[in-house]
Design a binder for this molecule. Structure first.
Ligand SMILES: Nc1ncnc2c1ncn2[C@@H]1O[C@H](COP(=O)(O)OP(=O)(O)O)[C@@H](O)[C@H]1O
Ligand SMILES: [Mg+2]
Length: 250
Protein backbone atom coordinates (compact mmCIF):
# COMPACT_ATOMS: atom_id res chain seq x y z
CA UNK A 1 0.00 0.00 0.00
CA UNK A 2 1.32 3.39 -1.04
CA UNK A 3 -0.20 6.54 0.38
CA UNK A 4 0.90 10.02 -0.66
CA UNK A 5 -0.65 13.14 0.82
CA UNK A 6 -0.26 16.61 -0.55
CA UNK A 7 3.31 16.25 -1.73
CA UNK A 8 5.08 19.47 -2.70
CA UNK A 9 8.60 19.83 -4.09
CA UNK A 10 10.02 23.25 -4.85
CA UNK A 11 13.32 24.09 -6.50
CA UNK A 12 13.79 27.75 -5.63
CA UNK A 13 10.80 29.58 -7.10
CA UNK A 14 9.89 26.62 -9.33
CA UNK A 15 7.35 24.09 -8.09
CA UNK A 16 8.04 20.68 -9.65
CA UNK A 17 5.41 18.81 -7.59
CA UNK A 18 2.42 20.84 -6.50
CA UNK A 19 0.22 19.04 -3.98
CA UNK A 20 0.15 15.48 -5.32
CA UNK A 21 -1.98 12.93 -3.46
CA UNK A 22 -2.14 9.26 -4.45
CA UNK A 23 -3.25 5.95 -3.03
CA UNK A 24 -2.27 2.56 -4.41
CA UNK A 25 -4.03 -0.37 -2.75
CA UNK A 26 -2.54 -3.87 -2.35
CA UNK A 27 -2.93 -5.72 -5.67
CA UNK A 28 -3.46 -2.55 -7.68
CA UNK A 29 -1.35 -1.39 -10.62
CA UNK A 30 -1.70 2.37 -10.66
CA UNK A 31 -0.48 4.37 -13.62
CA UNK A 32 1.09 7.76 -13.10
CA UNK A 33 0.59 9.29 -16.53
CA UNK A 34 1.84 12.63 -17.76
CA UNK A 35 4.02 14.36 -20.34
CA UNK A 36 7.78 14.82 -19.90
CA UNK A 37 8.56 17.36 -17.19
CA UNK A 38 5.22 16.87 -15.41
CA UNK A 39 6.84 15.80 -12.12
CA UNK A 40 6.60 12.00 -12.25
CA UNK A 41 10.25 11.17 -11.52
CA UNK A 42 10.44 13.79 -8.78
CA UNK A 43 7.35 12.33 -7.08
CA UNK A 44 8.63 8.76 -7.39
CA UNK A 45 12.07 9.68 -6.03
CA UNK A 46 10.41 11.31 -3.02
CA UNK A 47 8.30 8.19 -2.40
CA UNK A 48 11.46 6.06 -2.70
CA UNK A 49 13.05 8.17 0.02
CA UNK A 50 15.79 9.51 -2.27
CA UNK A 51 14.60 13.10 -2.33
CA UNK A 52 13.20 15.17 0.52
CA UNK A 53 9.83 16.78 -0.16
CA UNK A 54 9.27 20.46 0.63
CA UNK A 55 6.09 19.31 2.37
CA UNK A 56 3.64 16.44 2.38
CA UNK A 57 3.51 12.88 3.67
CA UNK A 58 4.39 9.43 2.34
CA UNK A 59 3.27 6.20 4.02
CA UNK A 60 4.46 2.84 2.66
CA UNK A 61 2.78 -0.30 3.97
CA UNK A 62 1.85 1.55 7.14
CA UNK A 63 5.32 3.04 7.71
CA UNK A 64 5.60 6.82 7.58
CA UNK A 65 8.66 7.73 5.52
CA UNK A 66 9.41 10.72 7.77
CA UNK A 67 9.49 8.73 11.02
CA UNK A 68 10.11 5.10 9.97
CA UNK A 69 12.27 5.44 6.86
CA UNK A 70 14.08 2.12 7.36
CA UNK A 71 10.90 0.06 7.64
CA UNK A 72 9.26 1.97 4.81
CA UNK A 73 12.20 1.40 2.44
CA UNK A 74 12.60 -2.26 3.46
CA UNK A 75 9.06 -2.98 2.31
CA UNK A 76 9.51 -1.15 -1.00
CA UNK A 77 11.03 -2.07 -4.36
CA UNK A 78 12.22 0.68 -6.68
CA UNK A 79 12.96 0.46 -10.40
CA UNK A 80 14.46 3.80 -11.49
CA UNK A 81 14.27 5.18 -15.02
CA UNK A 82 18.06 5.10 -15.37
CA UNK A 83 19.27 2.28 -13.16
CA UNK A 84 22.86 1.74 -12.18
CA UNK A 85 24.26 -1.78 -12.34
CA UNK A 86 27.80 -2.92 -11.62
CA UNK A 87 28.70 -4.26 -15.05
CA UNK A 88 31.64 -6.33 -13.82
CA UNK A 89 29.37 -8.60 -11.80
CA UNK A 90 27.45 -11.58 -13.10
CA UNK A 91 23.66 -11.47 -12.88
CA UNK A 92 23.76 -13.87 -9.93
CA UNK A 93 26.46 -11.85 -8.12
CA UNK A 94 24.52 -8.64 -8.68
CA UNK A 95 21.39 -10.15 -7.13
CA UNK A 96 23.27 -11.63 -4.15
CA UNK A 97 24.90 -8.26 -3.58
CA UNK A 98 21.46 -6.67 -3.69
CA UNK A 99 20.10 -9.26 -1.24
CA UNK A 100 22.89 -8.24 1.15
CA UNK A 101 21.88 -4.59 0.90
CA UNK A 102 18.40 -5.58 2.01
CA UNK A 103 19.73 -7.62 4.91
CA UNK A 104 18.62 -10.94 3.43
CA UNK A 105 20.73 -13.84 4.57
CA UNK A 106 20.74 -17.61 4.92
CA UNK A 107 20.07 -20.49 2.60
CA UNK A 108 16.93 -18.95 1.15
CA UNK A 109 18.86 -16.46 -0.98
CA UNK A 110 20.02 -18.87 -3.67
CA UNK A 111 16.50 -20.17 -4.06
CA UNK A 112 15.00 -16.70 -4.23
CA UNK A 113 17.63 -15.51 -6.76
CA UNK A 114 16.80 -18.52 -8.97
CA UNK A 115 13.09 -17.76 -8.58
CA UNK A 116 13.28 -14.12 -9.73
CA UNK A 117 15.70 -14.96 -12.55
CA UNK A 118 13.19 -17.55 -13.74
CA UNK A 119 10.33 -15.08 -13.53
CA UNK A 120 12.17 -12.65 -15.81
CA UNK A 121 13.52 -15.39 -18.11
CA UNK A 122 17.16 -14.78 -17.19
CA UNK A 123 17.97 -18.19 -15.68
CA UNK A 124 20.42 -19.08 -18.46
CA UNK A 125 22.39 -15.89 -17.86
CA UNK A 126 22.93 -16.16 -14.11
CA UNK A 127 26.68 -16.71 -14.55
CA UNK A 128 27.20 -14.13 -17.31
CA UNK A 129 28.70 -10.67 -16.78
CA UNK A 130 26.14 -7.88 -16.85
CA UNK A 131 28.29 -5.95 -19.34
CA UNK A 132 27.39 -8.50 -22.02
CA UNK A 133 23.64 -7.96 -21.51
CA UNK A 134 21.32 -6.13 -23.91
CA UNK A 135 19.41 -3.09 -22.67
CA UNK A 136 16.27 -5.19 -22.21
CA UNK A 137 18.13 -7.85 -20.22
CA UNK A 138 19.63 -5.21 -17.93
CA UNK A 139 16.19 -3.76 -17.37
CA UNK A 140 14.83 -7.20 -16.49
CA UNK A 141 17.75 -7.78 -14.10
CA UNK A 142 17.01 -4.50 -12.31
CA UNK A 143 13.42 -5.70 -11.95
CA UNK A 144 14.66 -9.00 -10.47
CA UNK A 145 16.53 -6.96 -7.87
CA UNK A 146 13.49 -4.81 -7.09
CA UNK A 147 11.28 -7.86 -6.43
CA UNK A 148 13.99 -9.97 -4.74
CA UNK A 149 13.24 -9.00 -1.12
CA UNK A 150 9.48 -9.57 -1.61
CA UNK A 151 8.40 -5.94 -1.25
CA UNK A 152 4.70 -5.25 -0.69
CA UNK A 153 4.91 -2.09 -2.77
CA UNK A 154 6.91 -1.37 -5.92
CA UNK A 155 7.68 1.90 -7.73
CA UNK A 156 8.56 1.77 -11.41
CA UNK A 157 9.66 4.84 -13.35
CA UNK A 158 8.97 4.53 -17.10
CA UNK A 159 9.46 0.74 -17.36
CA UNK A 160 8.70 0.45 -21.07
CA UNK A 161 11.21 2.96 -22.44
CA UNK A 162 13.59 1.24 -24.86
CA UNK A 163 12.13 -2.24 -24.41
CA UNK A 164 11.59 -4.70 -27.23
CA UNK A 165 8.04 -6.12 -27.61
CA UNK A 166 8.97 -9.43 -26.02
CA UNK A 167 10.52 -7.76 -22.99
CA UNK A 168 7.49 -5.49 -22.67
CA UNK A 169 5.13 -8.47 -22.76
CA UNK A 170 7.16 -10.30 -20.14
CA UNK A 171 7.21 -7.31 -17.81
CA UNK A 172 3.45 -6.93 -18.15
CA UNK A 173 3.03 -10.58 -17.17
CA UNK A 174 5.31 -10.27 -14.15
CA UNK A 175 3.57 -7.12 -12.90
CA UNK A 176 0.23 -8.93 -13.20
CA UNK A 177 1.67 -11.93 -11.36
CA UNK A 178 2.92 -9.67 -8.54
CA UNK A 179 -0.27 -7.64 -8.26
CA UNK A 180 -2.28 -10.89 -8.08
CA UNK A 181 -0.18 -11.67 -5.00
CA UNK A 182 -1.13 -8.39 -3.37
CA UNK A 183 1.80 -6.16 -4.34
CA UNK A 184 0.86 -2.50 -4.86
CA UNK A 185 2.54 -1.14 -8.01
CA UNK A 186 2.92 2.53 -8.91
CA UNK A 187 4.17 2.93 -12.47
CA UNK A 188 4.96 6.15 -14.27
CA UNK A 189 4.65 6.54 -18.01
CA UNK A 190 4.33 9.32 -20.57
CA UNK A 191 2.36 7.14 -23.00
CA UNK A 192 -1.33 6.59 -22.79
CA UNK A 193 -0.99 3.25 -24.55
CA UNK A 194 1.27 1.83 -21.82
CA UNK A 195 -1.03 3.11 -19.08
CA UNK A 196 -4.09 1.67 -20.79
CA UNK A 197 -2.51 -1.72 -21.32
CA UNK A 198 -0.91 -2.22 -17.95
CA UNK A 199 -2.80 -0.34 -15.26
CA UNK A 200 -6.03 -0.84 -13.33
CA UNK A 201 -6.33 2.83 -12.51
CA UNK A 202 -4.59 6.01 -13.55
CA UNK A 203 -3.72 9.43 -12.18
CA UNK A 204 -2.88 12.07 -14.74
CA UNK A 205 -0.26 14.62 -13.77
CA UNK A 206 0.43 17.85 -15.57
CA UNK A 207 2.70 20.67 -14.36
CA UNK A 208 3.07 19.02 -10.96
CA UNK A 209 -0.65 18.59 -10.33
CA UNK A 210 -3.02 15.65 -10.61
CA UNK A 211 -5.63 16.83 -13.06
CA UNK A 212 -7.71 13.67 -13.33
CA UNK A 213 -7.91 10.14 -12.05
CA UNK A 214 -10.01 7.13 -12.82
CA UNK A 215 -10.07 3.55 -13.97
CA UNK A 216 -8.65 2.46 -17.30
CA UNK A 217 -12.19 1.84 -18.55
CA UNK A 218 -13.07 5.47 -17.84
CA UNK A 219 -9.99 6.46 -19.80
CA UNK A 220 -10.75 4.11 -22.69
CA UNK A 221 -14.26 5.46 -23.04
CA UNK A 222 -12.94 8.99 -23.27
CA UNK A 223 -9.95 8.52 -25.51
CA UNK A 224 -10.01 7.47 -29.13
CA UNK A 225 -6.83 6.09 -30.65
CA UNK A 226 -4.08 4.95 -28.34
CA UNK A 227 -1.58 7.04 -30.32
CA UNK A 228 -3.36 10.25 -29.63
CA UNK A 229 -1.32 13.16 -28.27
CA UNK A 230 -1.73 13.49 -24.54
CA UNK A 231 -2.91 17.09 -24.42
CA UNK A 232 -6.29 16.59 -26.13
CA UNK A 233 -6.76 13.50 -23.98
CA UNK A 234 -6.21 15.58 -20.85
CA UNK A 235 -8.80 18.05 -22.06
CA UNK A 236 -11.29 15.29 -22.69
CA UNK A 237 -10.50 13.63 -19.39
CA UNK A 238 -10.90 16.70 -17.28
CA UNK A 239 -14.24 17.36 -18.94
CA UNK A 240 -15.22 13.69 -18.81
CA UNK A 241 -18.15 12.38 -16.81
CA UNK A 242 -16.59 9.04 -15.85
CA UNK A 243 -13.59 10.55 -14.15
CA UNK A 244 -13.43 12.30 -10.86
CA UNK A 245 -12.51 15.89 -11.61
CA UNK A 246 -9.90 17.46 -9.43
CA UNK A 247 -10.87 20.86 -8.14
CA UNK A 248 -8.16 23.45 -8.83
CA UNK A 249 -8.80 25.02 -5.44
CA UNK A 250 -8.39 21.85 -3.40
N1 LIG B 1 17.08 19.12 -9.29
C1 LIG B 1 16.23 19.91 -9.98
N2 LIG B 1 16.35 21.25 -9.97
C2 LIG B 1 15.49 22.04 -10.64
N3 LIG B 1 14.46 21.58 -11.37
C3 LIG B 1 14.29 20.25 -11.43
C4 LIG B 1 15.15 19.34 -10.74
N4 LIG B 1 14.72 18.07 -10.98
C5 LIG B 1 13.65 18.19 -11.79
N5 LIG B 1 13.39 19.50 -12.07
C6 LIG B 1 12.29 19.99 -12.90
O1 LIG B 1 11.08 19.52 -12.35
C7 LIG B 1 10.15 19.22 -13.39
C8 LIG B 1 9.67 17.80 -13.25
O2 LIG B 1 10.71 16.91 -13.59
P1 LIG B 1 10.52 15.33 -13.54
O3 LIG B 1 9.98 14.96 -12.21
O4 LIG B 1 11.80 14.71 -13.96
O5 LIG B 1 9.39 15.11 -14.65
P2 LIG B 1 8.93 13.79 -15.42
O6 LIG B 1 9.55 12.61 -14.75
O7 LIG B 1 7.43 13.81 -15.33
O8 LIG B 1 9.38 13.93 -16.84
C9 LIG B 1 10.86 19.50 -14.71
O9 LIG B 1 10.50 20.79 -15.15
C10 LIG B 1 12.32 19.44 -14.32
O10 LIG B 1 13.09 20.25 -15.17
MG1 LIG C 1 10.71 11.12 -15.55
Amino acid sequence: MILVENLVKRYGAFTAVDGVSLEVAPGEIHGFLGPNGAGKTTTIRIIAGLLKPTSGRVVINGHDLATSAEAAKASLGFIPDRPFIYEKLTAGEFLRFHAGLYGMDGDGIGHRVAEVLGLFELTRWEGELVESFSHGMKQRLVMCAAFLHRPRAVLVDEPMVGLDPRGARLIKQVFRHMSARGVAILMSTHTLEVAEEMCDSISIIQKGRIIARGTVDDLRRLSGSADEELTPVFLKLTGGAGLQEIDEDL
